[in-house]
Design a binder for this molecule. Structure first.
Ligand SMILES: Nc1ncnc2c1ncn2[C@@H]1O[C@H](COP(=O)(O)OP(=O)(O)OP(=O)(O)O)[C@@H](O)[C@H]1O
Length: 239
């Protein structure tokens, strides 16, 4: 089943033409990595998929519906099936980890068991701490746990493992892989870690000079003679 289809997507900030004709597709159950150098437009692309940012031209279809032209009600309906890692706000400060999880569980009407999430994300020692007092990496973990609460059909993660130690990184990937297998949910993420792309992503899109220079399976890219996805990246992208 097709979850996302993007044709000839263009987006500029003033004279800065960031996306100059992107074609992309995500099916149910795929894990897709979006890569490219700093400033290539990865976050811009994800924000458009999250329905947070307008685009100039082209087509973006989520769950078969073209985004431009949807009413506010229709957009809200679509957003129920999407989850993204939220940027912590001031409001998070005043709540403990377990309170935050309960709040979002109620908000999403999530069937997910809070205690299970606490165990899966190794949050037991932190459950009674105020969010504001957690380290950067643990704030990231809590934000990710919240994103999974709604059991979304599409999960969008912007650099989810940046700032996480190797165990936490591993744990997060196990969780992503398990969520993907269990629910058939689609995961679209950006990362600068090419080993993660090679290990965990079914497909990879390389954004370069505003276009998708490559969009294919990691398997196919490796079969063309690159030693690794890192090798592929270094040979395709100049500094
Ligand atoms: N709101 C904005 N207004 C103006 N320019 C913007 C805005 N957001 C992003 N840009 C510009 O668009 C370009 C792409 O930025 P974007 O954040 O999408 O890239 P990225 O690939 O995610 O980068 P990074 O890997 O560094 O996170 C950059 O030149 C950036 O300065």
């Amino acid at each position: 089943m097709e979850i996302v289809r993007v044709n000839n997507l263009k987006k500029a900030y003033g004279d800065n033409k960031v996306l100059r004709g992107i074609d992309f597709k995500a099916n149910a159950g795929e894990v897709i990595g979006v890569i490219g150098k700093n400033g290539a437009g990865k976050s811009t692309f994800l924000e458009i998929l999250m329905t947070l940012k307008p685009y100039d031209s082209g087509n973006v279809l989520l769950f078969g519906k073209e985004l431009n032209g949807l009413s506010t009600n229709q957009l809200e309906h679509i957003r129920k099936d999407i989850s993204a890692v939220l940027q912590p706000t001031q409001f998070y400060k005043t709540l403990k980890v377990v309170e935050l999880l309960k709040l979002f569980k109620a908000y999403y009407k999530s069937p997910v068991d809070i205690e299970q999430i606490i165990t899966d994300f190794k949050l037991q020692p932190h459950r009674k701490k105020y969010f504001d007092k957690l380290s950067g990496g643990w704030k990231q973990i809590v934000s990710l746990a919240i994103a999974f609460l709604s059991e979304p059909k599409m999960l969008i993660l912007d650099e989810p493992t940046t700032g996480l130690d190797p165990h936490m990184r591993n744990m997060l990937w196990l969780y992503i892989t398990d969520y993907n297998k269990r629910t058939g949910g689609t995961v679209i993420l950006t990362t600068h870690n090419m080993d993660e792309v090679e290990l965990y992503c079914d497909k990879v899109m390389l954004l370069n000079d505003g276009i998708n220079e490559m969009f294919d399976t990691t398997e196919w890219i490796l079969s063309t003679g690159y030693k690794s996805i890192n090798d592929f990246y270094l040979s395709k992208v100049s500094i």
